[in-house]
Design a protein. Structure first.
Length: 431
């Protein structure tokens, strides 16, 4: 039973009110670390390691060494995402539903750290694969519509872009449906590319580093992330949210390899890895452009002329379509994340295949994935490409994406019960 539910004979809500009267020092953002990780699943670990080796060898056969390095970083990203359970979807849900901002504070630490590292790399003008360039996208109607759809979709679909990949890798079968929806939604965006780029007015691209220089852009980013961190503390003091549930964890030094990791550790490691992706591949971490490529490759294989579509006539896109999938930078990051999460989950004893998926949950996964796939293409990215890498690249579109996607999250929370999904409540013992 939830520890915040009212016991017999007590007036409704009295315990909740008592918790709210606690001083801030008497409350915690995280629940107890009282669950120990299951033993490693060595056969699954072995499969994951073999897949990782085959993956890197396959990339090396069709792409230069920097692409192999990028693929290896994808493996590290998947390992980190799973062990830290670094959530974007759950973090935004917890904030909107009950005012729990622990995950958002981890986001701000990640963004602040990445912005400093990105500034060093971008200002140097040097990366292993060429001139490093961040993600800067236009501010316009497509951004607003796309970010809103993504915010709704990640709550209905149960995962974001990066979360979908590491959940699939760790055996969460329902999220395979979300990935399928992502690909379908991305294909809808491919077929409507001309409308959104030529009919709908395009806004300007605004980069803070170009306006203020890198020192000024870093200063603004640090101030904004610090301000948001303070706001989450203020909200928590007023709403007294339930603490965040901790996943099972190994003890002692084994925790490094077997997990789980504190979210703040995940935030720092992800920031370093994103900067490493920028340094090795000359561009930041992204996720969703690969879904359009995968869907188009499938349709092309069954006879569709995808190269004639306007989306695939954009020079960079055309090169990706003409090349093998393992020569595509984003595809290698995505595949690496899934394999890295497979290894991490098995080492942590947490790889589980779900055999039965309720139809409502499955429907929500597909519809949410479609909304996210379509929205990500309109908005120029997802929670990674637009939010994380966009803000770290000092693009104003990243912050606007976050605000609009937060509004989409509010709507998505109200749709979740239709698909058999629950939302955190103030009376919950954990969220």
């Amino acid at each position: 039973m939830s520890i915040t539910k009212d016991p017999p004979g007590r007036s409704p809500g009295s315990l909740v009110r008592a918790l709210r009267e606690l001083p801030a020092s008497g409350r915690t953002a995280y629940g107890p670390q009282d669950r120990e990780a299951a033993p490693p699943q060595w056969p699954v670990v072995a499969v994951g390691l073999v897949l990782a080796v085959l993956f890197l060898v396959g990339v090396g056969a069709v792409a230069p060494a920097t692409m192999v390095g990028t693929a290896a970083l994808g493996l590290a990203l998947g390992f980190t995402l799973f062990h830290s359970r670094f959530g974007f979807t759950s973090g935004w849900r917890q904030l909107v539903a009950v005012g729990q901002g622990a995950a958002i504070r981890a986001h701000m630490l990640m963004l602040a750290t990445a912005s400093v590292l990105f500034a060093v790399i971008l200002s140097s003008g040097f990366a292993l694969a060429g001139d490093p360039r961040g993600f800067t996208n236009p501010i316009g109607i497509g951004l607003v519509v796309g970010a809103f759809l993504f915010g709704v979709g990640m709550q209905v679909g149960g995962s974001c872009a990066s979360g979908t990949l590491f959940a699939v890798g760790s055996g969460q079968s329902a999220i395979v449906l979300t990935l399928f929806g992502f690909i379908v939604g991305s294909m809808f965006a491919v077929f409507t590319h001309t409308f959104w780029t030529q009919t709908v007015p395009q806004g300007p691209s605004i980069n803070l580093a170009q306006l203020l220089g890198y020192p000024g852009a870093v200063a603004v980013t640090l101030l904004v992330t610090a301000g948001i961190t303070v706001v989450t503390w203020v909200v928590a003091r007023r709403r007294t949210p339930p603490p965040v549930e901790r996943p099972p964890s190994a003890r002692g030094a084994a925790r490094v390899l077997r997990g789980s990791w504190p979210m703040w550790v995940g935030a720092l490691v992800l920031a370093v890895l994103n900067a490493a992706v920028l340094f090795v591949s000359a561009a930041p971490w992204g996720v969703t452009s690969a879904f359009a490529l995968w869907g188009s490759k499938v349709l092309q294989a069954v006879g569709f002329d995808m190269a004639g579509l306007a989306y695939w006539q954009v020079p960079a896109n055309a090169r990706s379509l003409a090349a093998p999938v393992l020569a595509d930078r984003i595809s290698n990051l995505d595949v690496g994340i899934m394999i890295g999460a497979l290894v991490a989950s098995a080492v942590g004893g947490a790889f589980v295949l779900h055999k039965r998926i309720p139809w409502k949950l499955g429907l929500g996964a597909v519809l949410g994935g479609i909304a996210m796939g379509y929205g990500a293409r309109l908005a120029g990215g997802c929670n990674i490409g637009a939010y994380f890498s966009g803000i770290a690249s000092f693009s104003l579109h990243g912050w606007i994406w976050a605000v609009v996607a937060l509004g989409g999250t509010w709507v998505g929370l109200r749709l979740r019960p239709l698909f058999g999904l629950t939302n955190p409540k103030p009376v919950d013992s954990l969220c």
